[in-house]
Design a protein around this ligand. Structure first.
Ligand code: GDP
Ligand code: ZN
Length: 464
């Protein structure tokens, strides 16, 4: 492919295929604005390098009886998605018109973009790292809401931030080691004490272990689905949590015996592993994150943590006590509505009030145990039938690519540590450290081969 040449100006239809109301043609490259100038009636490229608001222009297409109205967006400098001058032409979504526009752009000096080439350029310009580019790929492929969420979460940083930090630490360590190597013959010049070196390597190995675990979890579609209790304070969430744990709770397998904080929370949420007739789940009470206890309106952090827990949940149990009118902020596919404290309810909120199959609520009482079995069955049924999902495909794709590199990085670090512990020469330690760094770099794309790039970017649609 010739797409590693970013000096060409490329063009592609960026909107979805088929007739639609709006069609988008995207251009990127040094001459993007020049090409635009040749496609539209009287238009002068902007003099200021800032992003211009959209402009209404008219397209000149040969064969067309009249010029077509078109909204033009230009990014004249590096502050674009691709990091180079770019433009988008938004016009009627008719396929023949868009094809004619692309052909006209090619006649005016552009070349047809290859699959994923816009995103590849963004990557080559350092605007995205590889895991983020993969997330863009995920967004494009995403069919369901869950897939989109997972992809966006990955785009927002995910693995790349902690890995980038670790890599920076190791680079610093390597720099110190290598500085010391220049003075290897001078006995008393030491840039880093052996104990300090050993300590930092051990620390780095521990950090890497944590990140690897996270990466593993994300890609692991075999993990138990997460069910999160949500609702206003005092809705009865914690009581329901305890009641369900009492009936269906199981000891987590030994490997998970350590209570792990739920990702994204500032305070630990309380979790229990449940087994409901063969269907396992991790039940999460947002105790301490959802305004249980005194509510501090300034503490938006707790609220965000709870939001995050809900967003990450495979299923949300939305709890409402009798008489409550809450706004349910979770999509229907991902929630079950639960009436709590039904022992207190008046007739309208008795256990008969809900016809869950019709989108009503599952009436329960943590105090009397009424409705718990039915609720558990409903949860199990939902989890078993909702064998989602595209999100795990997106995430496990990245995870699979990462896993091998992370193992190699861990091996390098362990090697470096063993050598340092054995008092071996710093050259040898540096060698292992460098191997670890290369492996880490492969995850986020600092060190990357054309093979890997082809494999990733070849999967994009043209125009992305
Ligand atoms: P959370 O803030 O949503 O976790 O709510 P809690 O579980 O802490 O319960 C809030 C209050 O409602 C407590 O005083 C509980 O005793 C009471 N409560 C919870 N569940 C029930 C129930 O099933 N029946 C009755 N009568 N009271 C309940
Ligand atoms: Zn609670």
């Amino acid at each position: 492919r010739n797409s590693y040449d970013t000096q060409d100006t490329v063009v592609a239809i960026a909107s979805a295929r088929g007739a639609a109301e709006r069609g988008i043609v995207r251009l990127s490259g040094p001459d993007a604005l020049g090409v635009v100038g040749r496609l539209v009636e009287v238009w002068a490229p902007p003099e200021s390098p800032s992003v211009l608001p959209q402009q209404r222009v008219r397209l000149l297409l040969s064969g067309a009886e009249r010029s077509l109205p078109c909204d033009l967006f230009v990014w004249p400098d590096t502050r674009s998605y691709t990091g180079q001058p770019s433009a988008e032409l938004h016009t009627v979504g008719s396929p023949p018109v868009l094809d004619a526009l692309v052909a006209a752009a090619c006649a005016a000096g552009a070349r047809l973009a290859e699959p994923g080439e816009f995103t590849l350029r963004a990557f080559l310009a350092g605007r995205l790292d590889l895991t983020q580019a993969e997330a863009v790929l995920g967004v494009i492929d995403a069919r369901g809401d869950t897939a989109l969420r997972a992809a966006l979460e990955q785009l927002a940083g995910g693995l790349s931030a902690p890995l980038g930090e670790l890599r920076a630490t190791l680079l610093g360590l390597l720099a110190e080691l290598e500085a010391g190597l220049d003075f290897v013959d001078e006995e008393d010049v030491r840039f880093i004490e052996p104990e300090v070196l050993l300590h930092r390597l051990t620390e780095a190995a521990a950090t890497l272990q944590v990140v690897s675990n996270q990466a593993g979890q994300r890609g692991d579609s075999t993990r138990a689905p997460r069910v999160v209790l949500a609702g206003e304070p005092n809705a009865g969430k914690s009581s329901l949590f305890n009641a369900l744990r009492q009936r269906y709770g199981v000891e987590p397998p030994p490997a998970e015996a350590l209570v792990s904080p739920v990702r994204g929370t500032t305070r630990d949420a309380v979790t229990a592993t449940l087994d409901m007739g063969g269907v396992a789940c991790e039940l999460v009470d947002t105790a301490g994150v959802d305004g249980d206890g005194p509510i501090d309106p300034i503490d938006g952090r707790a609220r965000r943590s709870a939001d995050r827990l809900r967003q990450d949940a495979d299923l949300v149990l939305w709890c409402e006590p009798p008489g409550a009118r809450t706004v349910v902020s979770v999509a229907a596919e991902r929630r079950l509505r639960v009436s709590t404290k039904c022992d207190l309810g008046d007739e309208n909120n008795s256990p008969l009030c809900g016809n869950p199959a019709a989108g009503g609520r599952w009436a329960t009482s943590a105090a009397t145990g009424a409705g718990l079995e039915e609720l558990a069955q409903a949860i199990a049924h939902r989890l078993a039938s909702g064998e989602d999902d595209d999100s795990s495909a997106v995430v496990s794709h990245t995870a699979a690519r990462c896993r091998e590199s992370l193992i190699r990085a861990a091996e390098g670090l362990a090697g470096a540590r063993d050598l340092a512990a054995a008092g071996e020469g710093e050259e040898l330690v540096a060698l292992e450290l460098r191997a670890a760094l290369d492996a880490l770099g492969a995850v986020t794309g600092e060190v990357v081969t054309d093979d890997v790039l082809d494999q990733i970017f070849g999967k994009f649609c043209i125009g992305k």
